[in-house]
Design a protein around this ligand. Sequence first.
Ligand code: NAP
Ligand code: 12T
Length: 334
Amino acid sequence: MKQYHVAVVGVTGMVGRTFLKVLEESNLPVSKYTMFASARSAGSKIEFMGKEYVVQELNEHSFDNEDIDIALFSAGGSTSEKFAPIAAQHGVVVIDNSSAWRMDPEVPLVVPEVNPEDILWNKGIIANPNCSTIQAMVALKPLHDKYKIKRVIYSTYQAVSGAGMAGYTDLENGLKGEAPKKFPYPIAGNCLPHIDVFTENGYTKEEIKMIKETQKILHDDSIRVTATTVRVPVFNGHSESINLEFEKQFDLKELREVLENAPGIVVQDDLENQIYPMPITAAGTNETYVGRIRRDESIESGVNLWVVADNIRKGAAANAVQIAERLIEYKNQD
Ligand code: NAP
Ligand code: 12T
């Protein structure tokens, strides 16, 4: 079986470090790794799977004479905008974590439990959705297939790790009373209804990403979607309150079974024993947890869900590695 040469771009970051953990746990057939970051950390050393790697500076020639098969990018939108096409021209398949390519009609946007077949039409770049979108899609897909979703209302409670090392440090230092550097206000003891930048219609970009990416991944622009995204003082793990309105009627017991049998989902919903999803129990795992499953009694056919996942694993690194696994599976079938 072919062995692959995999590059990790942005390896020193919050997502990059988690890539290394997820890769270590996976059984991707990899014979060689190359580690990239910016000039700032080029030359630094990383221990990975019993070997020492020297971090390389990413530049225009990084993909010239290399035989890199797959590059996992998590080094920000502008890095991806510039370097992903260069990599693709050299025959590399880029799996990109930034928002740069997600809405490009030539680029598949993939959650492996939901739309793995979109991987097949890639032209060298495959986009990983936004962290908040990924965990929502895992929960929504089986329900959309069965009951057809008409409308979605997302309200998110997002961890600081989503804003990278700088976001994480702001909460750590904020708890010691220091002023924030990354966020506009203190995040310790606070909630900020502000993730990514504000746009003309009053929504943040994070909210718009959730709306547009939901429609693209489910291949259904008729689904109405609205969102409010909020940063909360949690280190790791995004939580989402999701309200769904269905076209079809449903039986609540059957709906729970649909979720229980869906790939990538763990149902945690045992009220007698106070069992429900939480960031502290989701952190460090690759699953999406669903609980507080209850009928929305204010409409004809609707449900409320509470959905939690590790935003750096399923929301970024694990989803990207799962895309790489599927890609290799498809290549092996050729
Ligand atoms: P981070 O902790 O700030 O790390 C940023 C990484 O990018 C570092 O490794 C940094 O390297 C590298 N980098 C920056 N500029 C570069 C350049 N010009 N060339 C090469 N490498 C460069 O951020 P993070 O949380 O890991 O996030 C990284 C990116 O992943 C984000 O910008 C975002 O696009 C994406 N992301 C996606 C999701 C998602 O929803 N799927 C979630 C979180 C993040 P140095 O050490 O050299 O500075
Ligand atoms: N601003 O990949 O700050 O589009 O939590 C992910 C996370 C953008 C993205 C965050 C962000 C992205 C955040």
